[in-house]
Design a protein around this ligand. Structure first.
Ligand SMILES: Cc1ncc(COP(=O)(O)O)c(C=O)c1O
Length: 455
């Protein structure tokens, strides 16, 4: 981008910041008066929204949110995937109300028939036989990594550079400019240097993966089937199959994190791409945003875990499990979402909506002659400020442009469209309509026209 365009961008972003403030006095005042909250927000990530403060909301239904100042917005962030089922779908609301009222029982540490139903449904969708529940995708990853180390008797894990799997200590490792492993910039006071627990290579780099696994000390490769937290980085043809083979050759387990790639279809990317993981982790949208997560194991892996059960404490304070994990409310939520909301039909519709949006973005990119790319994975797509679409996490990370991102996000937010604050992700829910997509199309073009049309 030449200097003139960057200077104009800075000026436009400043104009959008001023407009954002003037449109949202009640949201600003909620945040400035929340001095009792750390960083004035319920959770520190919420300070990441563009414009200096996040919106407060009063209503969230389907694909729309109403903010504290009364603006109705189309929500393509959907709680960064937690609300992929749409905000408060009626089937979920009904099921939760029934669970809370009659017959009652939010959490009992007793088993419930809903668990069996959800386990069976997850097995049907993802192809793994044994399931266990957590309260978040982070916990699913954490506990699965422990079980992987337990059965393989190996101490390391392998992740791809700039992947994200929740706040899991072992995963905060990236490759630096000279290809060396280092703690991810910004990693908050890690207990141990994560380069001692983790091997890291680039996504789509089979040679590097082969070399890393050859050490014979990696318990598991933990990866998303496509990286989704640094733009979307799709696997190249045959990459995931080759990862499976390398894992088999070296006695390494393969854990697929489907938390975001669930957007690829009813059985996630695992079913869509016919993948054969040893384990799957998932969370977020599974319970329509009610805290929950799950990990699934193949029959063979489950048998290996249980065979080691006498040596470690799987039934109490051994480091796997939690008091509220598998609670009845989460299970009710998962059952309602899987049976009535995120159904096969719903995924078909979500993907069609997403294709409409992607085609609109592609047209605009071509029209304004931008060197950008847009990548779709089922109901989810991302635009990235580089073309062709990056093949590794590091390449994708290098294509980020915070000023451009801020301008686009604020321009859209000021005109009724919410993008996820962490990147340029747009996600469809079963309620997302063609009219919602059309609004994105119009406002996205306006944002480009405003910037590129004037240079
Ligand atoms: C792929 C992936 N796995 C796991 C997580 C962790 O989810 P949670 O923060 O809900 O535990 C995330 C969160 O963004 C994610 O993107």
């Amino acid at each position: 981008m030449n200097q003139e365009k960057r200077a104009l961008l800075a000026e436009l972003a400043q104009g959008e910041r001023v407009l954002y403030r003037s449109l949202h006095p009640s949201s600003e005042s909620l945040v400035t008066s929340s001095q009792n909250l750390l960083a004035s927000v319920p959770m520190t990530w919420m300070s990441k929204w563009p414009g200096g403060f996040p919106l407060g909301f009063t209503r969230a239904k389907g694909s729309h949110v109403v903010d504290l100042d009364g603006h109705e917005l189309v929500d393509f962030a959907l709680g960064d995937t937690g609300a992929m089922a749409g905000h408060s779908p009626p089937a979920l609301a009904r099921a939760l109300a029934a669970r809370l009222d009659e017959p009652g029982g939010v959490t009992t540490m007793l088993t419930h028939a809903d668990a069996q139903w959800v386990g069976e449904e997850l097995a049907r969708r993802f192809g793994l036989e044994k399931w266990s529940f957590t309260l978040s995708a982070t916990d699913a990853n954490r506990w699965m990594l422990r079980l992987a180390r337990l059965v393989t008797r190996r101490d390391k894990v392998l992740v791809f550079s700039y992947s994200y799997h929740g706040t899991v200590d072992e995963t905060f490792v990236v490759l630096d400019e000279s290809g060396r492993a280092r703690s991810r910039p910004g990693n908050v006071a890690p207990a141990v240097d994560p380069t001692t627990t983790t091997r890291v290579v680039e996504f789509n780099d089979l040679n590097a993966l082969r070399d890393a696994l050859a050490h014979g000390d990696v318990a598991a490769v933990l990866t998303e089937p496509a990286l989704t937290n640094v733009g979307i980085v799709l696997p190249e043809e045959g990459f995931l199959e080759a990862v499976r083979e390398l894992c088999d050759e070296t006695g390494t387990l393969l854990i697929l994190d489907e938390t975001h790639t669930f957007s690829a279809g009813p059985g996630g990317a695992t079913r869509r791409f016919s993948l054969r993981p040893d384990a799957i982790t998932i969370g977020k949208s599974l319970g329509g945003g009610v805290p929950c997560g799950a990990f699934g194991l193949s029959e063979a892996l489950a048998a290996r875990v249980l065979a080691r059960g006498a040596e470690v404490d799987l039934a109490d304070v051994g480091g796997v499990g939690g008091t509220l994990a598998g609670n009845a409310l989460s299970l009710t939520a998962m059952r309602a979402v899987l049976s009535e909301v995120l159904t096969e039909d719903a995924f078909g519709q979500m993907e069609r909506r997403c294709t409409e949006l992607r085609v609109g973005v592609e047209r605009a990119i071509a029209e304004f002659q931008l060197n950008w790319s847009v990548t779709q994975l089922g109901a989810r797509c991302e635009y990235r400020f580089t073309s062709p679409a990056p093949k590794s996490g590091t390449a994708s990370q290098r294509a980020s442009d915070p000023l451009l991102e801020e301008y686009l996000h604020l321009f859209l937010l000021n005109r009724g469209v919410i993008l996820t604050p962490f990147h340029n992700m747009v996600l469809m829910s079963p309620d997302t309509s063609s009219a919602d997509v059309a609004l994105h199309d119009v406002v996205f073009r306006e944002a480009l026209e405003n910037w590129r049309g004037r240079v």
